[in-house]
Ligand binder design. Structure first.
Ligand code: ADP
Length: 456
């Protein structure tokens, strides 16, 4: 049997959501590793089986699990891509993630979804939560997407985005998961078999004991999932305290902020002030931008205007079969040792539309992604040690090309975007990655990221 190795196992329904919750955990002192997809017990996640704690080991180190993956981390976040996949697929992959986390000795499981509760009547929040409950042999969990720091609050079961109800916010027009009802009890009920209830703000403001009494009452009524109100961080901390013994929590990233302190009280882990510390890595730096979002357009413009080295990728040249990647690689290699360089495909909306009309949006996107991924791979092989990538899909393509399957989470550059360190790389060739979803970060994000001290 595996001894308890990790305290918290998180199953996240998308990549940037995984990074978001991982950042939150690190901030609160949990040493956190994010893995991309369910590992087939990736070798780099296993430690040798020393009889004594390795030098510098966490005080809670008590040897490798006899028959499970042993990890030098308090929390593992498995990043899936299940938010909009068919419910049956989302359930199957989430259960596979659960099994892996169980084999790593997790004490509590956390299903992380978006703070705007992105889902449809077919799922996937309800079906995944219920499948996880069943597998964990538990009859109750809470659902709380609130993230007050980012303006997502819940009152009387209704989700607000800033000052607007969810159903009045931009989310009502989302192409894949339009959210047209702010009443989360109703939204979750439509996608769940069990009964959905509510833990009101009035109860939460009375403290953790009152919440536990309410949970007991809901259970007695046969309710299996309760939407939990939360209008501020204090409410999230109260919920964390009241729910520390539930085998499963389901939430956005907000609920994670109070958990490490609770785990510490239980003696399950010791918060580590250095949890966000990565290796000191100082080597050639590359920025790749494949996002055409407003924020990334502003970041690229700021970089170019400042006179830093930059080269643009032309999708039309790619479509003509010109050796665009090779040219960019040669151009970058000649400059990398002097200063960071930017290679970008980012373009303004009108130009993007014209290219998409000409080549087809999917084809243009795939050409650009493949090209940027190739550039990343060759330049990392050529010595790049710090890589900033702008764009969610672009980041996915780059990480895949680099063969990175596991990331240690470091300090935040801006909310939701931490520096990370690729695990399992050969000694002497460390690699730091900052993977930014398109719309994140201010105009100086690239220079801010590269100026940051990651070794704490
Ligand atoms: P975001 O996080 O902003 O959504 P993504 O990387 O997820 O960014 O998506 C951007 C998509 O646009 C990618 O598929 C990328 O390859 C594509 N793309 C980037 N630049 C161009 C361009 N100039 N023309 C056409 N497609 C592009």
């Amino acid at each position: 049997m595996a001894t308890s190795r990790i305290t918290l196992g998180v199953i996240a329904d998308d990549f940037t959501g995984a990074t978001d919750v991982a950042s939150m955990l690190v901030r609160a002192g949990m040493r956190t590793v994010q893995v991309i997809g369910v590992p087939d017990v990736a070798p780099e996640m296993r430690r040798e089986a020393p009889h004594r704690p390795p030098e510098g080991a966490h005080p809670a180190w008590d040897g490798p699990a006899p028959d499970g993956p042993a990890l030098n981390a308090d929390a593992v976040v498995i990043a899936l891509k299940t938010r909009t996949s068919p419910a049956a697929d989302a359930v199957r992959e989430s259960l596979a993630a659960l099994r892996w986390l169980q084999s790593a000795g997790m004490r509590q499981c956390y299903f992380k979804y978006c703070s705007t509760f992105d889902s449809t009547p077919a799922g996937n929040i309800g079906p995944v939560a219920e499948a996880l409950m069943q597998a964990l042999n538990t009859d109750f969990t809470i659902a709380c997407p609130a993230f007050p720091e980012n303006g997502r609050t819940i009152f009387r079961g209704h989700l607000f985005v800033g000052d607007q109800l969810l159903s009045d916010s931009g989310m009502r027009d989302h192409p894949l998961t339009p959210m047209t009802d702010a009443n989360l009890v109703r939204v979750l009920q439509a996608q769940s078999r069990g009964k959905v209830g509510l833990i009101r703000h009035d109860t939460i403001s009375q403290g953790a004991d009152a919440v536990q009494a309410r949970i007991a009452a809901l259970r007695a009524e046969g309710i299996s999932i309760a939407i939990a109100d939360a209008i501020d961080n204090e409410a999230l901390r109260t919920l964390g305290t009241a729910c520390v013994d539930l085998p499963l929590l389901t939430a956005g990233s907000g609920l994670a902020l109070g958990l490490p302190a609770m785990y510490a009280q239980r003696g399950w882990m010791q918060p580590d002030a250095q949890a966000a510390r990565l290796d000191a890595v100082d080597g050639p730096a590359l920025v790749l931008a494949g996002s055409c979002s407003q924020a990334t357009n502003a970041q690229v413009a700021r970089w170019v205007d400042a006179g830093h080295a930059a080269m643009v990728i032309d999708p039309r040249a790619l479509a003509r079969g010109e050796p665009v990647a090779e040219q960019a690689i040669a151009w970058a290699q000649a400059r990398l040792n002097d200063a960071p360089v930017l290679v970008y495909a980012t373009s303004a909306p009108q130009e993007l539309k014209a290219v998409q009309a000409e080549l087809g949006a999917a084809k243009a996107g795939a050409l650009v992604e493949t090209c940027l991924a190739q550039i990343a791979k060759d330049l990392v092989e050529a010595g790049v040690r710090r890589l900033v990538v702008a764009g969610g899909e672009t980041s996915g393509a780059v990480v895949q090309a680099l063969g990175v399957t596991s990331l240690r989470i470091g300090p935040s550059i801006c909310p939701g975007v931490p520096w990370t360190q690729a695990e399992g790389r050969e000694a002497g060739r460390p690699l730091l990655l900052a993977l930014k979803s398109g719309n994140f970060g201010g105009p100086d994000f690239f220079t801010e990221a590269l100026a940051m001290e990651t070794a704490g």
